[in-house]
Design a protein around this ligand. Structure first.
Ligand code: MRU
Length: 368
């Protein structure tokens, strides 16, 4: 069931960046997703009482950003258990239902590894329950785990912000896509680095790429910064080279959807181009991501699945016909930046620099 419920949640969020996902009630409650496709114009929430609505929200980018879709996925399993409760399924049938829905949720978007990571983390907890566990117990355990993942991400964001602010160079900073509160369970990853440095009293120009085709930078990053009272300048994506050459951009910091064991970074389409430009202008290119974004099962970025989205997003941005209907459009949602172009990766454990298989393995083995 899809619906919007702007009332109570909207009032509670007034004047601050709202949470992108939240669970309302106990184990028979529901998931509420802030519909990011409507921002910055409207604040409406999608009420998810069935898994189909959760999956639709993830696919349509109503909830988006690697950590946030992981959190939504974990709550999605609780929604699946709720479906089993309402249908009066036996313990065995309820468990099968949750497992089947888990696979649907985990594959709703292919590139961000956080989604499968969060689903598998919840399923591992489910596996510890006796097979005769009734659906309310299954839902309760999955809810506790989803809340744990959510709360943990909030803390990781704060740590990433602190570690990153300590190494963020002085001068203008350029970011791409949206990596703030809307994309995570806390204040963000790359954007938290920027806002933490700002809150520490440092002053610099902040440039947000508009991030075609869905404008996460213009619609969401700029909105978050404005809501926080932090000045931001929106750039068309193609302005980056000029801004670097003219000396107004001293560093680039972005988030990530998947980072391989060797440090290749998948992130929003356009990121690789920024890394090449930063290299050409001898500007540090930084990545900020929690450990849940690392996929140590693969080494090469060539093995990261890249989501291809509908041509309409390119040809009809915001519903405006911007290209002839007869034209084809390619719409890869992500690209891969090779590790050699990444100056450092900010994690909750600290900053990985230089970026190598060894330094990544060493940092990720540390306790937060
Ligand atoms: O397609 P999106 O909007 O989900 O893409 C998001 C990004 O590329 C972000 O940079 C990434 O997920 C990191 S969010 C902290």
């Amino acid at each position: 069931m899809t619906g919007s419920d702007p009332s109570a949640a909207e009032q509670a969020d007034e004047g601050q960046v709202p949470q992108s996902v939240r669970w309302i009630g106990g184990e028979s409650g529901h998931l509420e997703i802030l519909d990011q496709t409507l921002l910055p114009g409207r604040r409406e929430h999608v009420v998810c009482r069935d898994v189909a609505t959760v999956i639709e929200a993830i696919r349509m980018l109503r909830v988006r950003g690697a950590p946030a879709i992981g959190i939504a996925g974990a709550y999605g399993l609780v929604v699946a258990a709720g479906e089993a409760m309402r249908s009066g399924l036996s313990p065995e049938a309820a468990r099968s239902h949750v497992l089947a829905q888990a696979e649907e949720i985990a594959t709703a978007r292919p590139t961000a590894v956080n989604l499968r990571w969060a689903v598998e983390r919840s399923l591992a907890v489910l596996a510890t329950l006796p097979v005769e566990s009734l659906p309310p117990l299954i839902a309760g355990v999955l809810l506790a785990e989803a809340r744990g993942i959510h709360e943990e991400d909030r803390r990781l964001c704060a740590a990433i912000g602190r570690h990153g602010a300590a190494v963020l160079p002085d001068g203008g900073v350029l970011t791409h896509c949206n990596t703030g509160a809307l994309a995570t369970g806390g204040d963000g990853t790359a954007l938290a680095v920027i806002t933490t440095a700002w809150e520490q009293g440092r002053r610099f120009e902040i440039f947000a790429d508009e991030t075609r085709p869905l404008l996460q930078g213009a619609r969401l990053t700029a909105w978050e910064l404005c809501e926080r009272g932090i000045p931001v300048t929106v750039l068309v994506d193609s302005a980056a080279a000029h801004m670097m050459k003219s000396g107004r951009v001293s560093s680039v910091i972005v988030g990530a959807d998947r980072i391989t064991a060797a440090g290749d970074v998948a992130n929003k389409i356009g990121t690789y181009g920024l890394a090449v430009l930063a290299d050409a202008h001898r500007i540090p290119f930084l990545v900020a991501a929690p450990s849940s974004t690392f996929d140590l099962s693969i080494s090469s970025g060539d093995d990261i699945p890249i989501e291809e989205r509908a041509a309409d997003e390119v040809k009809r941005p915001l519903g405006v016909q911007a290209a002839p209907e007869a034209a084809a459009a390619a719409n890869p949602a992500f690209d891969v930046t090779p590790a050699r172009l990444v100056r450092g990766i900010v994690t909750e454990h600290g900053v990985i620099a230089p970026v190598t298989q060894e330094t990544i393995a060493e940092m990720l083995s540390r306790q937060p």
